[in-house]
Design a protein around this ligand. Structure first.
Ligand code: GTP
Ligand code: MG
Length: 216
């Protein structure tokens, strides 16, 4: 009888964290699970795991198992295996690169061959500034294709616009556009986040957990 009073339900949630390379997936996860941030980029190879245990309320303990999937993995063959039994997904993109897309890399292509040559010459530069918001759509398609809930419903997907600490990026984000995007594509919502400054990380994760608890 004494034991009954301390009965706690323990739940495990597998959550995927996806997005292009370098957008800050590992940083967001490390900030959330260990409270630390490193400015040095160490790319993830394949997949990494992190666990966060939360005492949600007096009866519930939640183990968030975060699957940190390397940015280049969408082109790999393993994602279907990685995605199995996931209950939710987080798509991360880099706010600073959104600005770059908005100013129109695609339009540049219309300028003809001379621009093309410049593009080739500066290839590494453009490579690192590839439009990650386009990538959001690709990652979303990937998640939708490869994972569904037990009842065949789509998994809840949260969008994180990361690196909001960097210069005047938040001001340039079209918030209503992102709201609209989430509505159109059935995402549960989006947050501007910074793994560096610890902005909205806890808030975003709690928001996701609440959504997961509503469906499970
Ligand atoms: P892959 O493992 O290659 O897919 O990359 P990733 O998405 O895990 O990126 P990672 O977390 O390794 O971060 C890439 C770089 O961005 C690192 O140098 C981080 O320090 C930096 N970074 C991540 N989050 C933030 C942020 O919120 N603000 C700033 N200023 N830099 C960040
Ligand atoms: Mg990583």
């Amino acid at each position: 009888e004494f034991c009954k009073t301390s009965e706690i339900k323990e739940i495990l949630y597998k959550v995927l964290v996806v997005g292009n390379f370098g957008v800050g997936k590992t940083s967001v996860i490390r900030r959330y699970t260990s409270g630390i941030f490193s400015p040095h980029y160490k790319l993830t190879i394949g997949v990494d795991f992190a666990l966060k245990t939360l005492i949600w309320d007096e009866h519930t303990k939640i183990n968030m198992q975060l699957w940190d999937i390397a940015g280049h993995e969408r082109f790999g063959h393993m994602t279907r295996v990685y995605y199995k039994y996931a209950i939710a997904a987080i798509i991360v993109f880099d706010l600073t690169r959104l600005v770059c897309v908005m100013c129109g890399i695609h339009r540049c292509c219309l300028w003809g061959l001379s621009i093309l040559i410049i593009l080739i010459l500066f290839f590494p530069l453009f490579y690192f500034r590839q439009p990650t918001f386009d990538a959001v759509q690709k990652w979303l398609d990937d998640v939708r294709q490869k994972v569904v809930l037990e009842n065949d419903e789509p998994v809840p997907v949260l969008l994180l616009a990361n690196k909001c600490d960097l210069d005047n990026t938040t001001a340039q984000v079209d918030q209503s556009k992102l709201d609209q995007y989430c509505e159109d594509h059935n995402l549960i919502g989006w947050f501007p986040t910074s793994a560096k400054d610890n902005t909205n990380i806890e808030e975003a994760m709690s928001f996701l957990i609440e959504k997961i608890m509503q469906i499970s």
